[in-house]
Write a protein that binds this ligand. Sequence first.
Ligand SMILES: CCCCCCCCC[C@H](O)CC(=O)SCCNC(=O)CCNC(=O)[C@H](O)C(C)(C)COP(=O)(O)OP(=O)(O)OC[C@H]1O[C@@H](n2cnc3c(N)ncnc32)[C@H](O)[C@@H]1OP(=O)(O)O
Ligand code: NAD
Length: 725
Amino acid sequence: MDSRTKGKTVMEVGGDGVAVITLINPPVNSLSFDVLYNLKSNYEEALSRNDVKAIVITGAKGKFSGGFDISGFGEIQKGTRKEPKVGYISIDIITDLLEAARKPSVAAIDGLALGGGLELSMACHARISTPGAQLGLPELQLGVIPGFGGTQRLPRLVGLTKALEMILTSKPVRAEEGHSLGLIDAVVPSAELLTTARRWALDIVERRKPWISSLLKTDKLPPLGEAREILKFARGQTRKQAPNMKHPLMCLDALEMGIVSGPRAGLEKEAEVGSQVISLDTTKGLIHVFFSQRGTAKVPGVTDGGLVPRKIKKVAIIGGGLMGSGIATALILSNYPVILKEVNEKFLEAGIGRVKANLQSRVRKGSMSKEKFEKTMSLLKGSLDYESFRDVDMVIEAVIENISLKQQIFADLEKYCPQHCILASNTSTIDLNKIGERTKSQDRIVGAHFFSPAHVMPLLEIVRTNHTSAQVIVDLLDVGKKIKKTPVVVGNCTGFAVNRMFFPYTQAAMFLVERGADPYLIDMAISKFGMPMGPFRLCDLVGFGVAIATATQFIENFPERTYKSMIIPLMQEDKRAGEATRKGFYLYDDKRKAKPDPELKKYIEKARSISGGNVDPKLVKLSEKEIIEMTFFPVVNEACRVFAEGIAVKAADLDIAAIMGMGFPPYRGGIMFWADSMGSKYIYSRLDEWSKTYGDFFKPCAFLAERASKGAPLSAPVEQARSRL
Ligand SMILES: CCCCCCCCC[C@H](O)CC(=O)SCCNC(=O)CCNC(=O)[C@H](O)C(C)(C)COP(=O)(O)OP(=O)(O)OC[C@H]1O[C@@H](n2cnc3c(N)ncnc32)[C@H](O)[C@@H]1OP(=O)(O)O
Ligand SMILES: NC(=O)c1ccc[n+]([C@@H]2O[C@H](COP(=O)([O-])OP(=O)(O)OC[C@H]3O[C@@H](n4cnc5c(N)ncnc54)[C@H](O)[C@@H]3O)[C@@H](O)[C@H]2O)c1
């Protein structure tokens, strides 16, 4: 393959008169412009050759196609590639050349047919797949819309309601479901895929099988009035669930146009809005997130050295509390045998009970069978001592946040565990060097920082000290992948990356209410911005015990930039400690529904008198934009410090850490991406102004000042910073 081209297709014509065109663009046979233009040439040749009666399209190496090459969108956004004429691929090539051809085509689908891949197959006259195939239109997840006719053909093949479900949720279906929906014509074993597809294609030629153009089907479409009602409902749901995004509604416009005015008009609308969505900021953010998420596992100096992950056969977890039980759940769900150690029978039973409850909730929801539950639980063994640790390959310590206890545990682990065993801690704040101080095993000590609930939250911060070996990082990256977490490798410091970014967020919110802003309006503005909840609701959820423990770490380690608010400690004194006590910033009913509490004022006023601050009329009347900036610019400031210190190697890692660890809205691209959309100069100037009025909590860091002075993006690589990785 020419190194300048991205992928190709090859065509082989068999003695049976079937031309097999294979999509080749590893690793997922994405449809790059090169692949698409090659496909067009192959097709034209197949149509012009007298020895070709029918065509089969398939993908190389067990994958049909993962869809349009997503980097192509980036090229168009950056202007490094000229956008083809609107509708050129979907109408001129896929519809008028392929689907309307006078020779039939069959898609032979193995592995995956996603996005443009599934759309290409839907333009074929039949689809044969293997049992494991995944079929879906996940485009909305990327900020784009199905743009190769998917908005028109999918409803005609599977019905409007199912098509809307598949498109709006971005979730794929398996082959069997695809078959029962009418998306797939036959499911056959892998070894029979091509022969069946060839035969099917010839059967169409010989009229033994129907020659179906999906675009012309109408039997699955509801009557117009009903279709309009269904679409109206879908629009309402979409507005509620994705209020800050335009592209899902634009996608519905294309669907509706096809139903109301016919498929050709629908295709034209799809092409028109498909082209418009590419330049939306939310689309840029989501595409950035797609690649950044995959980039987190690429750690310079670690993953580029040819190291192969060692097999982790057995894991031990110390502490079966909230975190330990969640981590154990995540591991056994991915078939790792786990030993859970606790301090006594009662706590052990409680820990195992929590794991059981985590799995039972899946059984109740129907996502796990009873047999699978039993089998998964059988991977978990309890222990009250270290005897069974003699053959474990990794230990994850998850006991309470107490340095001397953790130090003792690591010293014990060194005695009982084999020499190769990875010694990981789930600490959220403590310096790992301190934890390993009483051992000689610094090279195998690492942080495995899960987020609560550990079996649900997708992020795993892998914390590396100066001594942690590259092999240990590679091993943990592999475990992370196997338990379906997105790992972000960070350096060792108080709070690592996520908690360091989180802290100024809640602190800024406390500062604002002490100076007169309304906490409930702050929460509302931040939810509207796209966070799952505002900082006050979050503090209630986490519990004030954890909030105070974290604050203490920050006050000790970063005193110069910590805003010391007494609101939470004052409430804690009155035994209102958040949602668990039914009282915090909000009051909670039996159903955990939160409602504002007029008594909160009392605590705010008392905290204000302790801190000596005054109500500031400007802060009482903040606009939503100002609330967002005053809470998130301090986060950007801290993210800049984390980046400059080399705690994160890439700004994009902080974007993923913020999205997956803090709930930052993915369509804003992550904290650094969002900051760059506003510009370093603007952020610097705002922080600088606030720091002059309100103090050092807002003071812009040197990195931000430097980038602002050059007008440089915050996400540009740090050349000079001494990377800790
Ligand atoms: C204005 C006119 C422009 C032209 C018209 C455009 C119209 C577009 C029409 C079309 O409807 C749009 C699309 O098709 S958008 C793409 C839709 N497809 C997807 O969203 C699938 C995305 N990929 C995945 O979900 C997963 O990668 C996977 C396919 C399920 C595989 O998962 P797995 O865990 O095995 O591997 P990963 O680590 O995720 O990926 C491996 C590497 O492959 C890269 N990659 C995956 N998919 C694509 C893709 N579609 N385009 C480009 N690259 C892709 C991924 O980045 C990984 O790369 P590495 O370098 O990290 O190895
Ligand atoms: N709670 C969170 O949201 C969260 C998030 C990320 C990380 N963390 C970190 O995870 C760790 C655990 O937190 P948690 O919330 O699960 O605490 P927890 O109090 O719920 O659980 C701790 C458990 O450790 C057990 N334990 C104590 N000493 C032990 C010993 N010597 N051997 C075995 N078990 C022992 C206790 O009996 C208890 O069940 C802490 O370091 C915390 O900072 C917590």
